[in-house]
Design a protein around this ligand. Structure first.
Ligand SMILES: Cc1ncc(COP(=O)(O)O)c(C=O)c1O
Length: 385
């Protein structure tokens, strides 16, 4: 039997044809765990006309983006490019490329995103082991050494800036440790890149990823990714194919490497946005940017203390980009976040996982890390409380 085109088409079902007015969205001050407000220069870049993703002008822009990503991450890694997708896609790219079925992956779990790494690594067939810490604490070098001795993994995965807890995992010395135990170091820099010092090469990080919508003040949907020569060796020595076609670095390199041939249609406008976001960081200078984040976080912490509010994380490990504040006894945390949003157009986050109902999460990231934002939030919070 042959299929021939029909001469009559069925009637269109009009049920979902709703008539709407032009899109209007509220303007919010995004002081939660992310997304943060994008820089106005980023918003104007994203609204430019797209050009072809193989246009010579776009290819030149790709080079600018990779160079600036290397600056912000402090790395010479040849393979440094943005993944088309959110931070979780870039997270998946790190694991998908270096993990083969049966490989040992040790994950330091001290918050929500450590659990996500465990889940993902397992899906790529890793033999996953974990070490854990109460949410809000971090691992010492001695604890990491002991765990590497016990588990002898092929990959150690750590979240540098745990957005669910507000704690910063120190990374000095961890790369040396991983070399001693012949394993790769994989680090989540989603809430640190662009706001907190990150030294990919000096710290011996082999695989890292981030996102657009936090410290970079870009937008969700485009996410930095990098891998070292040690990680490339692991990739090229694989016995099995990378199970994820979309995130297979050897395929992506046909586009991001010298060939510049089609792999998937790049999110052209998001790449414009990322280029602008990174350019602004270079204009400000990394050290000035990190200092700005630290200064405004310290101001926030001292003003919170004046309101009688306390932070969840020890100051020695407290992130300047994300602060977890203990919800005082007798206060309905959700009612406060709801009122801040509805009456003041300010978004802050509630707790996740173990910290649900116990903390609020306040983000001061990138463009949003400014004194007037702290004053606006605290003024509103004072009234609401
Ligand atoms: C530490 C951390 N890792 C990974 C992710 C996942 O990123 P995304 O939500 O952009 O997929 C997030 C998101 O907030 C995060 O905070």
């Amino acid at each position: 039997m042959t299929l021939t085109p029909s001469t009559s088409t069925p009637a269109v079902d009009e049920t979902h044809r709703v008539q709407l007015s032009d899109l209007k969205m509220p303007t919010r001050l995004l002081l939660g765990p992310g997304p943060s407000n994008a820089d106005p220069a980023v918003l104007s870049a994203v609204s430019m006309e797209p050009i072809g993703h193989l246009d010579p002008a776009y290819l030149a822009l790709m080079d600018e983006v990779t160079t600036l990503m290397r600056y912000v991450w402090q790395t010479e890694n040849q393979i440094t490019f943005p993944v088309s997708g959110t931070g979780s896609a870039a997270m998946e790219a790190t694991l998908a490329n270096v993990v083969e079925p049966g490989d040992g992956v040790l994950v330091g779990v001290k918050g929500y995103f450590g659990h996500r790494l465990v889940d993902m690594a397992g899906r790529y067939g890793a033999k996953v082991s974990t070490i854990t810490k109460p949410w809000g604490e971090v691992f010492s070098l001695a604890e990491l050494r002991a765990a590497l001795e016990t588990h002898r993994p092929a990959v150690l995965a750590l979240v540098h800036a745990e957005t669910s807890t507000g704690a910063r995992q120190p990374l000095e010395g961890v790369g040396d440790l991983c070399r001693e135990f012949d394993c790769l170091l994989l680090v989540d820099t989603v809430t640190s890149m662009g706001g907190v010092p990150v030294f990919i090469d000096k710290w011996g990080v082999d695989l890292a990823y981030s996102c657009g919508q936090k410290g970079l003040s870009c937008l969700p949907g485009i996410s930095p990714f990098t891998m070292s020569s040690r990680a490339i060796e692991k990739l090229t020595g694989r016995k099995t194919q990378v199970a994820n076609w979309y995130l297979d670095v050897s395929l992506l390199l046909k586009y991001w490497g010298s060939e510049r041939t089609y792999h998937h249609t790049a999110p052209v406008n998001l790449t414009y946005a990322l280029r602008e976001a990174l350019r602004l960081i270079a204009e400000e200078g990394l050290e000035a940017r990190w200092q700005r984040h630290q200064t405004h976080a310290e101001y926030l912490w001292s003003e919170l203390a004046k309101l009688g509010l306390t932070c969840h994380v020890d100051p020695a490990y407290r992130l300047p980009t994300l602060t977890t504040v203990k919800i005082p006894a007798g206060v309905d945390g959700k009612a406060v976040t709801r009122k801040l949003l509805n009456d003041y157009n300010i978004e802050i986050g509630g707790g996740l996982g173990e910290l649900a109902g116990k903390v609020w999460r306040i983000g001061l990231m990138g463009y949003n890390s400014r004194k007037e934002n702290v004053d606006t939030l605290l003024g509103a919070l004072k009234e609401v409380l």
